[in-house]
Structures are given as structure tokens and as C-alpha cells.
Design a protein. Structure first.
Length: 446
């Protein structure tokens, strides 16, 4: 049964949501006439072997596909065996025309003799019918045949006719379709004004066995067409989902089927996410707010397109952050968020002409190992003209009378302008995490 349903649903599946309309049957029949013929023709056109056996194996599968119990027996016994509720037999008489979906019954044929033969009618006129059957002659595979009602060496009894009734699935479309969600609208058309007591939908992965869905019961039976909508969530990407829409009338469920395929997600693996830096605050800092995740020229939205872990950072360190795709996006990428020390605030820079010293005072930062005072004769702090001094993190002032440039120590030169700025750093796991330099201050040594 699972293979049969899977093969049918494969026929109606395309890469986006499609309309699959038709008539489902009354009483115990689960499919409509068109679906039944499509099911048979697919097997005939592709020469599929159905079950173990010959013609009756195909008919047993057909009964099962239509959702009714099969009485079994040889082909000739289908002229007399028990019918599902609502099904009828039509013995052959002059002027008889078979209908698509009928089960043709022969009580004798030239190959099986009195065991008889059965087949599924796909089309017919007043003299001939086209059908799909299965037999030893065709290697126990299905085949497409055509035969006159009065063919020689064939004794045609007539047909069994399932009770196809027109509940029709129409207006089936998606409002939105993402790798994780599908919003769908549809209508169960009821042209025969049959009293529908309940309606339901169910869905499953194409390869799954169990359906999952819900049922709506009407306090007063509905005799008109029913417009419906549903929202499916937690869907896998690039996956075929089968939908079953059902109406309950006269004591039995009647099913209509469709399917859709969720689109593929975009991988963010390998995406280069710029690293970020942020000043230490003493409080948790959101990592998502610091990162710019851009995939295929589109800036992704945190929370909607991806999540980050850890979601916050606090301590001074170079933190590894994992970015994981969400909704349309999958896989992960890596970035780093560096929390660096605060910058000491330089309160004053003064020059003492008598001692020929430059004095610097600042407001220290607490969370660091050391602070650095950079003194330069260059306003741009060119390395060859800059000297950097390390001072203990608890200190708040220092004075300098000699400065070392490129390994050469010199005294402060009167009349020259010097530039001063500061930063702090902390050593974490053997690596120095430097804070940003603050604003420079200039002092002319007059």
C-alpha cells in the first residue's frame, strides 16, 4: 500500500505547490475517477509489477488504493463476489459502454481458461475498451491493452463500477512557502450538495507512513463548498510533503490528495563574517548586534535568518561566535567578537620647564593588566617618532624627562611640541587584548 501511494503521489508532485483537483468517491472509495485512471495508466505505461501474481494482484492493489477491502478469488469470481458498499455490477448487454475506472471482468479467456481475467478500464466506446492488466504473458508486469467486448476466445461478463462521487479539491494554492513553513488555501467543492459533517486535513513526508493533522466537526452539516486554510510549520527543506484533504459524509471519510515541495535553504557555510570589536562595559553585550552577516549580497537579519552562540559576551577576550542559519538559511559560519579594555582618560599633560619634564595625569581603568602612555613628536604617532611606556594599572600619573626613539634615548627638547595618548591592555590566555587609544593631547615645551 505504501509503495502504491508513493508512486501515485510522485505523479502529482512538482517543485512548487500545485493544484491537484478531482473527484473523490462516495461510500468506501477513497479516490476520484481521474486519480484511479491515472493510477492504472501509470502502471501500464511503465510496465510496473504490482504485488505477486497476475491479474488479480493488480485488482487487489486497486481495491486497496481505493480504500476498500478486496474479497480475493480468481478473476472469474469477481462476477459474483462481495462488493464494497455502494459499488455496483453492470453485466454486459447490447449498447453497454464501460466507464473509466471500471473493473472489467471476463469469466473465461484464452490464456487463463475458466480462471477468468480482470482489468482496469481506462477508456471505452460502444464496441471496445482500453484497459490496464497484469499477467504471465507480459512477464507478470502491467501492460496497456485494448479489446472488443465481443472478442473471440474471451467471455466478457461486464464491469464492477466504484461509486465515484464529486467532492472536488479546487483553488489549492500557497500563500507563502519557505523551507520551514507552508501556508495553504484550498476549497472542497460540493456540487452534489452532499451533507458534510466533518472536514480534515493531514500531511506527511512523502516517504513517511503516518499522517498528522486535525479534524473540524460541524454542528450543522454543510451542504455547500467549503473554503479552508492551514499553516504547516517545522518542515524540512527540499522535501516532498503529501497532503490529504477529507470530507466526512454518509458515515465515511472521502479523501483528496495533493503535494508540494519545500525549497532548499541557502547555506551560510564558508561565509566570511567580519570580526567585531567592542569596548568592555561590565555588562553583557549582544553579539548579534555587532555582526554583519551578508550572504549573496543580502544582509541577513538576526533572529529571523540566523542565531548566534553565545548570544552575549562580557569579559575582555577574543570570543568565538558561531552563526547558525535559520528559516531560509542553513549550516553555520564563525566570527570573532573582541571585548577590549576601556581607554584611560587623559586629564592633563603639562610641562615643567625647571625639571624639563612632561607630566601626564589620567583616570585609570580598573579591568586591565597595564596601561600604556604613548609620547610622540609626530601628530600621527609614526612608530619611529613614538615611545610607548607601560605603567601599572593602578597608577594615575607619570612624568617623563627622557624619551627613547628607535633605541636612542633623548631628553625632552625645549620648544618642541609633543603628543600624548593612552590605552590599556589585558593578557588573556597568553594574548594581549589591547584597548583603543584615546584622544591625543599636545604640549609645547616652552
Amino acid at each position: 500500500m505504501k509503495k502504491i501511494i508513493s508512486l501515485l503521489l510522485a505523479l502529482i508532485t512538482i517543485t512548487t505547490i500545485i493544484v491537484t483537483s478531482g473527484t473523490t468517491a462516495f461510500a468506501y472509495t477513497a479516490h476520484n475517477e481521474k486519480e484511479a485512471v491515472d493510477w492504472a495508466e501509470y502502471r501500464g505505461n511503465n510496465k510496473i509489477k504490482v504485488g505477486d501474481g497476475q491479474c488479480v494482484a493488480l485488482i487487489r492493489a486497486y481495491y486497496e488504493y481505493l480504500g476498500v477491502p478486496c474479497p480475493g478469488g480468481n478473476g472469474n469470481e469477481y462476477a459474483t463476489n462481495t462488493l464494497p458498499n455502494g459499488w455496483k455490477r453492470y453485466p454486459y448487454t447490447s449498447g453497454f459502454v464501460a466507464k473509466p475506472g471500471d473493473i472489467a471482468v471476463w469469466t473465461y479467456n484464452k490464456w487463463a481458461g475458466s480462471y477468468g481475467h480482470v482489468a482496469i478500464v481506462t477508456s471505452a466506446n460502444a464496441s471496445t475498451m482500453n484497459y490496464v492488466d497484469q499477467g504471465k504473458t507480459y512477464g507478470y508486469k502491467c501492460h496497456n491493452g485494448s479489446l472488443a467486448y465481443s472478442a473471440k476466445d474471451w467471455t466478457f461478463y461486464g464491469v464492477i463500477r466504484p461509486d465515484f462521487v464529486p467532492f472536488t479539491l479546487t483553488d489549492f494554492q500557497n500563500a507563502t512557502l519557505t523551507p520551514n513553513n507552508a501556508k495553504i488555501s484550498y476549497k472542497i467543492s460540493n456540487p452534489n450538495v452532499i451533507a458534510i459533517e466533518k472536514r480534515a486535513y493531514a500531511f506527511k513526508k512523502h516517504s513517511a507512513e503516518k499522517w498528522s493533522g486535525n479534524v473540524v466537526k460541524y454542528s450543522t452539516p454543510v451542504k455547500n463548498s467549503i473554503k479552508c486554510g492551514l499553516s504547516l510549520t517545522s518542515l524540512a527543506e527540499s522535501t516532498v510533503y503529501d497532503l490529504r484533504f477529507s470530507a466526512y459524509a454518509n458515515g465515511q471519510w472521502h479523501h483528496m490528495y495533493a503535494s508540494f515541495t519545500t525549497p532548499a535553504k541557502t547555506s551560510i557555510a564558508g561565509t566570511s563574517v567580519p570580526n567585531a570589536k567592542v569596548k568592555y562595559t561590565g555588562s553583557n553585550i549582544s553579539t548579534a548586534s555587532l555582526l554583519n552577516v551578508n550572504v549573496g549580497g543580502k544582509k541577513l537579519a538576526a533572529g529571523n535568518d540566523y542565531t548566534v552562540s553565545p548570544s552575549t559576551v562580557k569579559d575582555i577576550d577574543k570570543h568565538k561566535v558561531t552563526i547558525t542559519g535559520k528559516n531560509w538559511y542553513k549550516d553555520s559560519a564563525t566570527a570573532y567578537v573582541t571585548v577590549y579594555p576601556k581607554t584611560p582618560t587623559v586629564n592633563s599633560v603639562t610641562y615643567n620647564r625647571t625639571t624639563n619634564r612632561i607630566s601626564v595625569k589620567w583616570a585609570r581603568v580598573a579591568v586591565c593588566d597595564y596601561q600604556q602612555v604613548a609620547i610622540s613628536t609626530s601628530p600621527n604617532f609614526e612608530p619611529s617618532k613614538t615611545c610607548i611606556y607601560r605603567v601599572d594599572q593602578n597608577k594615575q600619573s607619570a612624568s617623563f624627562c627622557k624619551i627613547t626613539f628607535n633605541g636612542t634615548q633623548t631628553t625632552i627638547k625645549k620648544g618642541k611640541t609633543y603628543y600624548v595618548r593612552m590605552r590599556a591592555y589585558k593578557t588573556v590566555n597568553g594574548t594581549r587584548i589591547y584597548g583603543a587609544y584615546g584622544a591625543k593631547k599636545a604640549i609645547k615645551c616652552n
